[in-house]
Design a protein around this ligand. Structure first.
Ligand code: PHE
Length: 402
């Protein structure tokens, strides 16, 4: 191994420093003639320095010293020009051979050093492909989003489009247009959050229900928005967030509903029943599902029906199927003619059904969570346990939940 000094020494202790000074040029060339063996000595010196160069930098220094502008061999070649022709003929071949030998050796050494450097890198930067990959944190799809995707997939197959509406809604869309006038007792049941005027809600005057804003208490205002902007026939679902001032293990101030609306000619309760049965079977992925339709009351449907799904207890958990237990999953009915008229449609021509279903409750029943509040705690352990792989998009053909 050569240290830097020694390497440099080898190079700069040039065997023919004479060749650098112009007055000595002719003497140098002449010397070749008188003593042709001196090219052999030069060659040995240069080749020795090349062999000793242990880095590309040092090799380059040898090249410059030998073949650079002021290099020994370059000077030697130049000095040939000053010789009489016969003398030149006598020494030129040896000089030429010297130059070729040195540049050949430089090339070969350069390639060898390049290969050695590559080898060194390959060894140093070696990657062990057999090691397990570093773990990447991967998020999961929240059960609510998963259920919304499943619902969209199931209803898309039945010809329903997905509609949306604002979560800060006018009092008129949320209540009045749905046949819940300002003094109607049903408003009290909704535990409404009102938006203060300074936060975008207008003056809370009772007769000013177009202006006053609420956090929507259900997804039913999307029925109104859809009927007012689309021509029948209409088939939509509207999944989304809704708000009520309520909180315990089965109620949170924000929760999720999916609204369904069909408006067409000659629609009757049978269509509603078939649609709900088809949806519940596809959603719970069980054929043996019994629905129980109970007469009920909603201001915006007539008749109104509450729908329970038949369940049974299996090892402490409630499973869909059987009829030993019933769980209410949605409210529904035939759209009230007054609601249809409120939206500018002729109720004698257009009829329809609507339903509103708690998404959180569907998710709890299908995937076995017991406390609704955990849905919104953002506890990573819960999300890892109940979440879904992000690339597993629900499809009817492959199973909506796998
Ligand atoms: N909007 C009702 C609720 O939140 C549910 C419903 C929707 C009932 C559509 C009938 C028709 O309870």
């Amino acid at each position: 191994m050569h240290d830097a000094k020694r390497g440099a020494g080898l190079v700069w202790a040039d065997p023919a420093p004479l060749l650098f000074c112009a007055p000595a040029r002719y003497a140098a060339a002449r010397r070749q003639k008188e003593d042709p063996l001196s090219t052999d000595a030069l060659k040995a010196e240069y080749l020795g320095a090349i062999a000793a160069a242990d880095s590309l930098d040092r090799l380059e220094a040898v090249r410059v010293a030998a073949l650079g502008k002021a290099g020994g061999i370059t000077q030697l070649m130049k000095s040939l020009g000053g010789l009489p022709p016969e003398e030149r003929l006598a020494v030129a071949p040896a000089c030429q051979a010297l130059r070729e030998a040195v540049s050949g050796a430089l090339e070969a050494k350069k390639a060898a050093l390049g290969r050695a450097a590559l080898e060194a890198r390959l060894t140093a930067e070696r990657i062990d492909m057999s090691l397990p990959a570093a773990a990447q944190p991967v998020g999961t799809v929240h059960p609510i989003s998963q259920v919304m995707d499943e619902l969209s997939e199931i209803f898309a197959d039945l010809g329903f489009a997905v509609a949306e509406g604002p979560e800060i809604e006018t009092d008129w869309h949320n209540f009045t247009a749905l046949n819940i006038p300002p003094e109607h007792p049903a408003r009290a049941m909704h535990d409404t959050f009102y938006v203060r005027p300074e936060h975008g809600g207008e003056q809370p005057e009772p007769d000013c229900d177009q202006q006053r804003r609420v956090l929507r208490t259900h997804t039913s205002p999307v029925q109104i928005r859809t009927m007012m902007t689309q021509k029948p026939p209409i088939r939509i679902i509207a999944p989304g967030r809704v708000y009520r001032s309520d909180s315990d293990a089965t109620h949170t101030p924000m929760f999720h509903q999916v609204e369904g609306l069909v408006i067409d000619r000659g629609i009757h309760l049978g269509h509603l029943k078939w649609t709900l049965e088809t949806f519940v079977k596809a959603f719970f992925e069980v054929d043996d599902v019994t629905l129980r339709l109970r007469p009920s009351f909603f201001p915006f449907t007539e008749p109104s029906v509450e729908v329970d799904v038949g369940c049974s207890w299996e090892g402490g958990t409630l499973k869909v199927g059987g009829t030993s237990s019933w769980l209410e999953i949605l409210g529904s009915g035939m759209v009230h003619p007054r609601v249809i008229a409120n939206c500018g449609l002729d109720p004698d021509e257009w009829q329809g059904f609507a339903f509103g279903c708690g998404i959180d409750r569907l998710a709890m029943l299908k995937y076995g969570m017991t406390d609704l509040r955990a849905f919104f705690d953002a506890d990573l352990r819960w999300l890892k346990h109940f979440g879904f792989a992000s690339l597993d998009v629900p499809t009817l053909s492959a199973g909506v939940s796998t």
